[in-house]
Design a protein. Structure first.
Length: 294
C-alpha cells in the first residue's frame, strides 16, 4: 500500500497545479466514507475545470477512487457541511503531498473551529430545522402522520447538529452517538420519537412541543449572521439583496421563511418601500429592530 501511495505522489507532483493530495483508507467493508472503494485519493488542484473530476481504477488488486477538487470547493464544503464525509477525509486522511502547507492549514482550521465558522453552521442548521419543523406541524394538522413523523425526525437531526456546534464540535456522520454524550436530553427525545410505545401522533406532538420551547429560544443566537447583516447599514434590505450576499448563499431558499419568523418574533422589522409608483406596488424590505425605516 505504501509503495502504491508513493506512486500516486510521484505522478501528481509533476502537476504544478496540484496543491495537495490526501489518501483515505476505507475504515470498514460497510462504510460509505470512501464510497465502497479500498481507498480514496483526494486531489486538490488550482485548476477550476478539474473540480468534480472522478477516476475509478484498480491497482495491485485494490479498488481506488480518485476525486479532484479545488481549494474554493473544499473550503465551501467545510463551511456548509453538506457533504459530511469531507470532514472525515480532512481529519483522518493521510497527507501525501502538501504544497504551501494548504492541507495542514485547512486541517488546523477545522480542528480549531473558529467562532465565525460555528455561527455560519448554526444559521444553516437552524434554517433547515425551521422548515422541517413547520412542515411537520402542517402535516400533523392534515393527519398525514407518516409525513409529519419524517419531517420532525429531520428537524430533530438538525437540532442535534445545533447542540453539537454549540458545544464547539463539528457534527459527524454518526450524529446521535455525539449527541448522547453532549446533550442527553435531545438524545432522549430521539429515543421517545423512534422507540416509544405511544401512538405515532403522540410521539410527533411531544417532539414538536419540545422544539417550540427549546429550539425556538435559540433563534436569535442561531440567526446572528443574518441579524448582523441586517444591522450593517441604515437602509432596509430587499430579499434579492440578501440572497446575493455570499454569507447567506446556502440558505437562499430558506430566507423568506426565516425572515418571516424573525419578524413575528420581533427580531427584525418589515419596511414598506415604494417599488413602482405607477403600479402602486409596495415592496417589503427588512432591517434590524434598532434601525430606522427608510
Amino acid at each position: 500500500m505504501e509503495s502504491l501511495k508513493q506512486q500516486h505522489v510521484n505522478r501528481l507532483r509533476r502537476d504544478e497545479a496540484v496543491l495537495g493530495v490526501l489518501a483515505v483508507d476505507n475504515p470498514s467493508i460497510y462504510s460509505s466514507v470512501t464510497d465502497g472503494f479500498d481507498y480514496l485519493l483526494l486531489v486538490v488542484s488550482r485548476q477550476a475545470e478539474l473540480a468534480n473530476r472522478q477516476i475509478h481504477y484498480i491497482k495491485d488488486h485494490l479498488r481506488i477512487q480518485e476525486r479532484w477538487t479545488t481549494p474554493e470547493q473544499l473550503n465551501d464544503q467545510v463551511v456548509h457541511g453538506e457533504q459530511r464525509n469531507v470532514l472525515y477525509w480532512i481529519l483522518k486522511g493521510e497527507i501525501l503531498l502538501d504544497r504551501e502547507m494548504y492541507l495542514e492549514g485547512l486541517r488546523h482550521r477545522v480542528l480549531e473551529f473558529p467562532e465565525e465558522l460555528r455561527e455560519h453552521k448554526l444559521l444553516i442548521e437552524f434554517s433547515k430545522f425551521h422548515r422541517s419543523y413547520l412542515q411537520s406541524k402542517d402535516y400533523l394538522v392534515s393527519e398525514q402522520l407518516l409525513d409529519a413523523y419524517n419531517n420532525i425526525l429531520e428537524a430533530l437531526q438538525h437540532w442535534a447538529r445545533i447542540v453539537i456546534v454549540e458545544a464547539g464540535y463539528h457534527p459527524e456522520i454518526t450524529v446521535w452517538s455525539q449527541v448522547k454524550t453532549i446533550n442527553p436530553g435531545v438524545y432522549k427525545l430521539y429515543e421517545e420519537l423512534t422507540l416509544s410505545s405511544e401512538t405515532l401522533k403522540q410521539r410527533v406532538q411531544l417532539v414538536l412541543l419540545a422544539c417550540e420551547f427549546s429550539v425556538m429560544s435559540k433563534m436569535e443566537r442561531c440567526c446572528k449572521p443574518l441579524l448582523t447583516l441586517l444591522a450593517s447599514r441604515e437602509e432596509a434590505w430587499s430579499i434579492q439583496e440578501l440572497q446575493r450576499q455570499p454569507q447567506l448563499s446556502h440558505i437562499g431558499t430558506e430566507l423568506p421563511l426565516l425572515l418571516n419568523k424573525l419578524v413575528k418574533k420581533a427580531l427584525a422589522v418589515e419596511v414598506v418601500h415604494t417599488a413602482d409608483p405607477d403600479l402602486s406596488l409596495l415592496e417589503l424590505r427588512y432591517r434590524d429592530v434598532k434601525g430606522e425605516a427608510v
